[in-house]
Design a protein around this ligand. Structure first.
Ligand SMILES: Cc1cc2nc3c(=O)[nH]c(=O)nc-3n(C[C@H](O)[C@H](O)[C@H](O)COP(=O)(O)OP(=O)(O)OC[C@H]3O[C@@H](n4cnc5c(N)ncnc54)[C@H](O)[C@@H]3O)c2cc1C
Length: 538
């Protein structure tokens, strides 16, 4: 028999120790369930106060249904769409353009933010080998920048790809080469995409390209760029979301703070600093018991008829009870994420650039994109004599970049900003580092199989569990799609049956509201999305 020593020094047989521990666990579970029994039963317990979680809460609480939103962040709502305030300068986690195909989503933004929702002009460029290319591309400028020889080679390589496309493209590289040709792929896709994903373009699934670049061919890009539009078309174009976008005056966080306030006003609860660590379904009562922990280790439980989860799928599966099959657990563990950090710099404004953002395709620096928040909204800086820039670096939690001390990252960002000739290092007066875990769900060649396995396993076991959002569904959803999954979920809950398939969102589904205004927005925004998706990643 083996023995252990207890805290008070008594030796005790390991077998007895295990029995005592089990007894202790039962007492805790019993005490918790006693406490739970007396607690309020919510219509829905919602995990995460990002756009998806708050939208679900907004829609349900507006109908006077009791909801609680549990958010792990102790200070901010908004998730990846929050705004960080550093000494009065506001930093967006990536620049968040607000546009949607759905009138319902656009209306919700207007309802929540009212006059604080600005219509902003858009300006963005690409930096490649010491030159700036206006983006969306202007053909003559692009030809000039690339030079005659390179331009001719690009056209020849495009024609070759069209005449001899790779059959059945499975990877991002093959998909893009088929669409644009090898040379354009190398100039405008490869470096940036590999910075974003940290993977070779041959390892990235063609699904990602198909989802983000769908509907755009080089032919249509050239047609758009060269063929002059009628004055009426042109007038309309000025109004399109290609040239302008909506943005809350104080950044996206303003939207989600206002939304949380509305939810509270409707009687819902939004609780910060509560990390959800357990989601248990009790078949006897048909209820969910959701356990949270705060920074001091205090534990609470919340009971709901429905569980809406926007936490990463991988985390949900790890904590759900009764647990899923070994196969589904393995699938969840195989899901991967890409992380992201922004070095926010406060800079004396010398008027070097006014773009909203610049894509850095150049391989000589590590930075992937530079944001200029004052151009997103003048309200993002407290003093117009200064600008705040965000240098965005793509990384993986725990890698060298992620673990670098803030001071080193600030030095790196300063050096790269100067190298790109966007500011003098001497004009940088202060800065901060913002790390964002799980910014991107990775689309590798096996992700879809894993997501399907998990989704089927969850659906078979739990009819009152609803996955929403970006990491919640391991889907490359923008805010509007994350919100749409939440809106449809709320409708399903209110209807008492699954009328809408949330997994169809983002795939040209007919979930859009009908009506002229909605249709117009749909057309314009898909145009805008297609154009920006050529080279960008949000
Ligand atoms: C660089 C970048 C740029 C982007 N640009 C745009 C853009 O221009 N336009 C656009 O529309 N979208 C953009 N997006 C996408 C947008 O940020 C997301 O679509 C949106 O935030 C997803 O909302 P969500 O609620 O699904 O998830 P999240 O925003 O990730 O929110 C999830 C919330 O759940 C919380 N949570 C997680 N686990 C737990 C737990 N165990 N317990 C309690 N809480 C938990 C998190 O703290 C978080 O607050 C961009 C994203 C990135 C990374």
């Amino acid at each position: 028999m083996t023995y252990s020593q207890t805290a008070c020094g008594t030796k005790i047989a390991n077998a007895s120790l295990a029995a005592i521990r089990e007894l202790g666990r039962k007492v805790v579970v019993w005490a918790r369930s006693e406490k739970s029994r007396m607690a309020k039963i919510f219509k829905a317990v919602i995990v995460g106060a990002g756009p998806a979680g708050l939208t679900a809460a907004y829609k349900l609480s507006r109908q006077k249904l009791p909801v609680v939103v549990l958010e792990s962040d102790p200070e901010n709502v908004g998730g990846i769409s929050r705004t960080v305030n550093y000494k009065g300068f506001r930093f967006d986690i990536g620049g968040h353009r607000f546009f949607s195909k759905s009138r319902e989503v656009e209306d919700l933004w207007t309802d929540v933010c009212g006059d604080d929702m600005l219509e902003r002009p858009r300006s963005s460029r690409i930096y490649y080998r010491g030159r700036f290319f206006t983006y969306p591309l202007k053909p003559f400028e692009a030809l000039w920048n690339l030079g005659v020889i390179e331009s001719v080679l690009c056209v020849l390589s495009f024609l070759t790809a069209r005449l001899r496309p790779k059959p059945n493209p499975k990877t991002f590289e093959d998909w893009v080469v088929n669409q644009f040709g090898e040379r354009l792929f190398r100039i405008f896709f490869k470096t940036y995409t590999e910075k974003v994903w940290g993977m070779n373009c041959q390892e990235i699934s063609a699904d990602w390209a198909a989802q983000r670049i769908k509907g755009l061919s080089l032919g249509s890009a050239i047609k758009h760029a060269f063929l002059s539009r009628t004055p009426k078309d042109r007038q309309q174009l000025v109004k399109t979301l290609i040239d302008t976008f909506r943005y809350p005056r104080l950044g996206p966080g303003m939207m989600w703070e206002a939304c949380a306030k509305k939810v509270r006003g409707f009687g819902g609860e939004v609780l910060l600093g509560r990390r959800v660590v357990g989601c248990r379904f009790n078949a006897a009562s048909d209820l969910w018991i959701v356990t949270t922990e705060d920074a001091d280790g205090n534990v609470e439980e919340y009971i709901g008829e429905h569980l809406i989860s926007s936490m990463p799928m991988r985390e949900l599966v790890a904590q759900i009870e009764p647990s899923l099959s070994e196969q589904a657990n393995r699938a969840a563990q195989s899901l991967r994420y890409r992380d992201f950090l922004t070095v926010g710099l406060i800079v004396r404004d010398q008027g070097r650039f006014t773009d909203n953002w610049i894509y850095i395709h150049d391989p000589s620096v590590q930075v992937g994109r530079v944001q200029n928040y004052k151009s997103w909204s003048p309200g993002m800086v407290p003093d117009p004599a200064y600008s705040s820039y965000g240098l965005e670096y793509f990384c993986i939690e725990g890698d060298k970049l992620w673990n670098s001390p803030d001071l080193e990252l600030l030095q790196l960002a300063k050096k790269e900003l100067q190298r790109l000739n966007l500011a003098d290092a001497a004009d940088v007066i202060d800065g901060c580092v913002i790390r964002q875990r799980k910014a991107y769900p990775v689309y590798d060649d096996a992700y879809q199989k894993h997501v399907d396995t998990i989704r089927i396993a969850l659906e078979q076991k739990f009819s009152s569990l609803h996955l929403v959002g970006r990491n919640g569904m391991h889907k490359y959803n923008n805010q509007d799609h994350a919100m749409m999954t939440a809106i449809l979920t709320a409708k399903n809950i209110i209807a008492g049956e699954r009328r809408y398939d949330v997994w169809a969102v983002n795939q040209d589904a007919d979930y859009h509201e009908s009506g002229t205004a909605g249709d117009q927005i749909a057309d314009e925004s898909s145009d805008a999305q297609a154009e920006t998706a050529v080279l960008s990643t949000t």
